[in-house]
Ligand binder design. Structure first.
Ligand SMILES: NC(=O)c1ccc[n+]([C@@H]2O[C@H](COP(=O)([O-])OP(=O)(O)OC[C@H]3O[C@@H](n4cnc5c(N)ncnc54)[C@H](OP(=O)(O)O)[C@@H]3O)[C@@H](O)[C@H]2O)c1
Length: 282
């Protein structure tokens, strides 16, 4: 039950119907008995600036921004935090009392939060991190893993030019060496690695499995997939079968929502089993 004083936030996307964020924040609002609401906002690309600028007038406390709006949101908000600045993308917007818009990027926070929860023994310093993919999500993984303290990042992408572009954009702002590697090198890239993360769309329902031979990967490496439909992607099944610890992608979504919820609704939320059921138990 919400009152006329309810704090209101939401998620802007196009399309937005598939988003699980309303379930995520709705669960926390109910769990903590907060007078608030979190709603889906279908905003077409040519209206994202207008929609974000309307948030203060509508009395919104902020919103999440999802595909395809993260770069446009970065250009629209009044200021951004350090992480969003380095990534050039915003996924969380906070409306301040003076009506200004702050942009943050919590995708990397979500990735690391999920990794630490799912593989508590993983140490960033244990070895190089291999990221497969060079799209928007891979960018957040690069910044987050470098900040977490990995000694080296190997970035493998089907389109090498895109991996090189990512390295050119982000390489100067991170603390560890990063190398763009060709698709043909992906097997060798796993040698000596401490972590492998799939940040491509491969393995999603309706897509081919990620074509990755794990033979060169040490058995003590952690394997994670940010694809979460299905939860057990072919990559995770293969990695678990040979003895690697695996972490599925659902928790990245759950953990990335924590900073926004706290900023909007004033309570630091916790990721629980009940939350997993509420968000993913279809
Ligand atoms: N768990 C979470 O919270 C979370 C958060 C964000 C995203 N995701 C998921 O992460 C995935 C990537 O998202 P994104 O926004 O980064 O997408 P994106 O920007 O479109 O990037 C897609 C990536 O997949 C690669 N790819 C596509 N088809 C391929 C193929 N046949 N073989 C090899 N590589 C292929 C692309 O390589 P090219 O450059 O060669 O095209 C690119 O690196 C999506 O499945 C998304 O749902 C999950």
């Amino acid at each position: 039950m919400i009152s006329g004083k309810a704090r209101v936030a939401g998620v802007m996307g196009w399309p937005v119907g598939h988003s699980r964020s309303p379930r995520l924040h709705g669960h926390w609002l109910a769990e903590y008995g907060i007078d608030g609401a979190y709603v889906p906002l279908a905003v077409p690309p040519d209206r994202i600036e207008q929609a974000l600028r309307a948030l203060p007038a509508l009395g919104f406390v902020g919103c999440n921004v999802t595909v395809p709006h993260k770069e446009a949101a970065f250009r629209t908000v009044d200021w951004v935090d350090e992480t969003a600045r380095r990534m050039g993308a915003v996924n969380t917007v906070i409306v301040h009392a003076d009506g200004t818009l702050e942009g943050r990027n919590t995708d990397g926070f979500g990735f690391i939060g999920n990794l630490k929860a799912g593989a508590p023994d993983w140490a960033a310093t244990a070895g190089p991190a291999v990221i497969i993919g060079a799209g928007g999500a891979a960018r957040s993984l690069v910044v987050a893993l470098a900040d977490a303290g990995v000694p080296e990042i190997r970035l493998v992408n089907r389109t090498l030019a895109r991996a090189r572009e990512l390295v050119a954009d982000l390489g100067g702002g991170i603390q560890c060496p990063i190398t763009a590697m060709a698709w043909e090198e992906r097997r060798d890239a796993l040698s000596g690695a401490g972590l492998v993360a799939n940040a491509t769309t491969q393995g999603m329902a309706g897509q081919s499995p990620l074509d990755l031979d794990l033979e060169a990967l040490p058995l003590d490496a952690v394997v994670t997939d940010i694809v979460y439909t299905p939860v057990d992607t072919p990559l995770l099944v293969a990695a678990r079968a040979r003895g690697n610890v695996t972490v599925d992608g659902r928790g990245m979504l759950l953990h990335q929502g924590r900073p926004g919820f706290e900023a909007w609704f004033g309570r630091a939320p916790v990721v629980t089993d009940a939350l997993y059921r509420a968000v993913f138990g279809d």
